[in-house]
Ligand binder design. Structure first.
Ligand SMILES: *Cc1c(COP(=O)(O)O)cnc(C)c1O
Length: 438
């Protein structure tokens, strides 16, 4: 079956011939309909034909992050070693809600989450999440549980939308959004917003280390001072930038991360893990007790007293995949140096793309990249023309670029997460955009 899958992946990629299938949503959906036939046939067609037809169709119709011209989102090409480890996770199928479903996997998770959390703060522990959406939710939930009254989140306009959803989902007031005209949350602006809420018993300031749109890092250390001065808890969403911790060269950009009460990190962005590989760190692990929960069939008191680890409180989920296995294998296989080198490499690619854009007569660079995101636009065109150029590239299947609003204008966004990308690929990307200009 593995041979069938590998052959289908290759065949699909050959048929696609590019970062994205050509023809747009209707053409893709029609091919998927043909490959699927009846979704639930009365009699099965057998493993090999089912694997072959559907894996080929999904591969043919994939936005392939392993293609250097697929550079829109925080959507990384997964490491082969992590993908292989994830196969073992599927085969063994431990479930991380009770020790008797995951004896070794839960022990591994305890060790590796501690080690990763210690990169943020020596005393911290981490929970495994589906991503920063869940981690941001946990940050708001812990604030709600640990301090009196409703939580008032105060964040920058550059913060991720999931913080707003978290407040909504948890029945808390909408976050107070501080304008971020230069793309980062300024300490004076946060300070003014917090001063306006003086005396509020439950303030949660949220900063971002690696904004989704521009890859910018808020001034974490100064924001930590500001939050502390106003008695606010501090959450830092380092979904994108957290992996800079592995890089000797770039780690300093995260100075102040250790001062956050809680953080979010996504190793399915920088980190090159198959989805999902999120972490939520807490500087004071005793606070995680707020998530404790009892279900007699999973963590009966007498089982816990007799020494069976109680792991149900390490997530809001019940049945849960051992996402830690692929992470642990990756950390051991590549080491800090290997992961740091990959991170440094994509950051260098971003600087190279910025250089190419700045030197190009028909393009404008938004700003020097802080991480691996480059915002640029063809000089002198309307926003709606720019949006159409991006859609044309998607429709033809030639390139996958993102879009971002910054300084009142629309920009093309290249998020570089592929360590195999060569300078020639970056030049080709610009040439494709140029070739589609009116
Ligand atoms: C990607 C991202 C998120 C959402 O994370 P998921 O892993 O998609 O749940 C939150 N915050 C930031 C800054 C992000 O870049």
């Amino acid at each position: 079956m593995l041979d069938t899958v590998l052959a289908a992946l290759q065949e699909g990629a050959l048929r696609r011939q590019g970062p994205l299938p050509a023809g747009g949503p209707e053409a893709v959906a029609a091919r998927v309909r043909r490959a699927l036939g009846t979704a639930l046939p009365e009699q099965g067609i057998g493993a090999h034909p089912a694997l072959h037809s559907l894996v080929t169709a999904v591969a043919e119709g994939a936005a392939d992050p392993a293609d250097p011209l697929c550079a829109a989102h925080l959507h990384c090409p997964p490491l082969a070693v992590a993908t292989a480890a994830d196969l073992a996770a599927s085969a063994l199928n431990p479930s991380m809600d009770s020790w008797d479903q995951a004896p070794a996997a839960s022990a591994l998770e305890a060790l590796v989450t501690r080690a990763l959390a210690a990169e943020v703060h020596p005393a911290a522990d981490a929970l495994v999440t589906t991503g920063a959406t869940e981690a941001n939710q946990l940050a708001v939930l812990l604030a709600r549980e640990l301090r009196p009254g409703p939580v008032q989140v105060v964040c920058g306009a550059n913060a991720h939308h999931s913080l707003h959803r978290a407040a909504w989902l948890l029945g808390q007031p909408p976050p107070l959004t501080v304008p971020t005209p230069d793309g980062t949350l300024r300490p004076e602006a946060l300070g003014a917003a917090l001063a306006g809420l003086d005396g509020h018993p439950n303030l949660l300031a949220a900063a971002t280390a690696g904004t989704t749109d521009a890859g910018l890092i808020d001034p974490l250390d100064a924001l930590a001072d500001t939050a502390a001065r106003h008695g606010a808890r501090l959450h830092i969403d380092a979904a994108y930038g957290g992996a800079l911790l592995f890089s000797a060269r770039h780690r300093g950009l995260l100075t102040g991360l250790d001062r956050a009460h809680t953080t979010a990190l996504d190793l399915h962005k920088l980190g090159w893990q198959p989805v999902a590989a999120g972490l939520f760190t807490s500087r004071d692990p005793s606070e995680l007790a707020a998530l404790d929960h009892r279900a007699d069939y999973l963590n009966a008191d007498d089982d816990t007293e007799a020494g069976l680890p109680d792991i149900l409180g390490r997530s809001l989920r019940t049945t849960r995949r051992p996402d830690i296995l692929k992470i642990a294998v990756t950390l051991r296989a590549l080491g800090r140096e290997g992961l740091g080198a990959l991170t440094d490499h994509v950051c260098a690619q971003a600087r190279e793309l910025a250089r190419l854009v700045a030197a190009h007569p028909r393009f404008t660079l938004c700003a020097e990249p802080a991480l691996s995101t480059v915002l640029f636009r063809p000089t002198g065109i309307e926003d709606r023309t720019l949006a159409a150029v991006r859609r044309d590239l998607l429709g033809a299947g030639h390139a996958v670029l993102g879009r971002a609003r910054h300084g009142g204008r629309l920009w093309l966004k290249a998020t570089l997460l592929n360590p195999h990308t060569q300078p020639g690929d970056l030049a080709a990307l610009l040439k494709l955009v140029e070739g589609n200009l009116p």
